[in-house]
Design a protein around this ligand. Structure first.
Ligand SMILES: Nc1ncnc2c1ncn2[C@@H]1O[C@H](COP(=O)(O)OP(=O)(O)OP(=O)(O)O)[C@@H](O)[C@H]1O
Length: 338
């Protein structure tokens, strides 16, 4: 039966042994014979099913296990346990066939040769991937035009700025037009214009070629621009897998208003008089924040009007909760009824 998923991962686990040194000379001597170690479970029972053509954001705090997962999916690391099927292949057992079907960009590491011109790297990769001449010419011209890297082709990689290099890295990952692309922090350290260019480009190849993209990023604007689905990882476990919109929506229902008063007001006074909201101090003097629970029937405009008509107020802000805030909340409080 044809594999239904581009990425199908079951019960994936990766453990690292971390060694600790004993103290003192005696300890160092004992370390020569037996080492103390701890087991760290970087990825713990992760299941992922991603269909061809999906663009999925793989997010989580530092150390959550994102890069370790990507390294296992691309065959760089061997799992401690679990099954990985990528486009119906095992990344380890069918290595040669496998690498011709995937593209990988690690934002922190280059796959281009440092001292040679960018186009030389492209030609070498063309040979590695056994891309036919005609396909290479037409496809690369398109990529070079879209990523606007024409003027960089003669330069050695070491002379490129980070943004220029990243655009070349992406081009390199796509030389063989792979159906599946793994991107680990592809926009790290880039300025906004380059980020936007890269996002537009990824959208285009996804639409044109149905490229499946799994993306890890700390920049949630990347996710917002590209991914309908997010998978949220926490301490090696998937804690959310679903639509970004659903995640946002549940938080947007919480109504939050910031009032800046003209003179100092006691919070207890407001809590009694306007008890439909939960009141707290803001981060500036005279600023107080009112939060109305998701499920409450309170009409926000009526509430704001009541407060404004009863006190002297210099500013009112009705907050839209940002995605960053949503993610932070999730870490602090866990997922609510999404
Ligand atoms: N080779 C290794 N040896 C030992 N521990 C490792 C190794 N690689 C990663 N780890 C540990 O595994 C955990 C997960 O790391 P990983 O790099 O996958 O996280 P991440 O989610 O990609 O984080 P970041 O956003 O900071 O890149 C961390 O605690 C990290 O210290």
């Amino acid at each position: 039966m044809e594999e239904q998923y581009a990425i199908n991962v079951r019960h994936l686990r990766k453990e690292f042994k971390s060694y600790s040194s004993r103290s003192g000379l005696k300890g160092a001597f004992r370390d020569l014979f037996t080492r103390n170690y701890k087991i760290l479970r970087a990825v713990d029972d992760v299941n992922l099913q991603i269909k061809q053509g999906e663009m999925v954001g793989y997010i989580g705090e530092n150390g959550a296990g994102k890069s370790t997962t990507i390294k296992m999916l691309t065959g760089i690391l061997t799992p401690t346990e679990g099954d990985i099927s990528i486009l119906g292949m095992d990344p380890h057992k069918e290595r040669e066939k496998f690498v011709r079907k995937i593209g990988v960009v690690f934002g922190q590491r280059s796959q281009l040769w440092w001292d040679i011109a960018v186009q030389e790297s492209f030609r070498l990769l063309k040979k590695v991937y056994k891309v036919p001449d005609e396909q290479f010419e037409a496809h690369m011209k398109d990529i070079i035009d879209t990523l606007e890297i024409h003027d960089l082709l003669d330069k050695p990689v070491r002379k490129l700025s980070l943004g220029q290099r990243m655009r070349c890295e992406l081009a390199a990952a796509l030389i063989h037009n792979p159906p599946l692309l793994f991107l680990d922090e592809p926009t790290i350290g880039l300025d906004v214009l380059v980020k936007v260019k890269i996002r537009e480009f990824l959208k285009r190849i996804n639409k044109e070629y149905g490229t499946t993209i799994l993306l890890t990023t700390h920049d949630l604007a990347d996710i917002e621009a590209l991914c309908d689905r997010v998978i949220l990882l926490d301490k090696g476990n998937v804690i959310y897998d679903g639509e970004l919109e659903a995640l946002q929506h549940s938080w947007l229902q919480e109504k939050r208003v910031e009032f800046t008063f003209e003179e100092e007001i006691h919070i207890g006074e407001l809590s009694t008089e306007f008890n439909e909201a939960h009141w707290e101090e803001g981060d500036k003097p005279l600023l107080l924040r009112a939060t109305i629970a998701d499920e409450s029937e309170v009409d926000l405009s009526v509430f704001v009007a009541r407060v404004i008509s009863s006190r002297a107020i210099s500013d009112v802000k009705i907050n839209k909760v940002s995605t960053e805030e949503i993610i932070r909340h999730i870490y602090e409080e866990g997922i609510r009824h999404v």
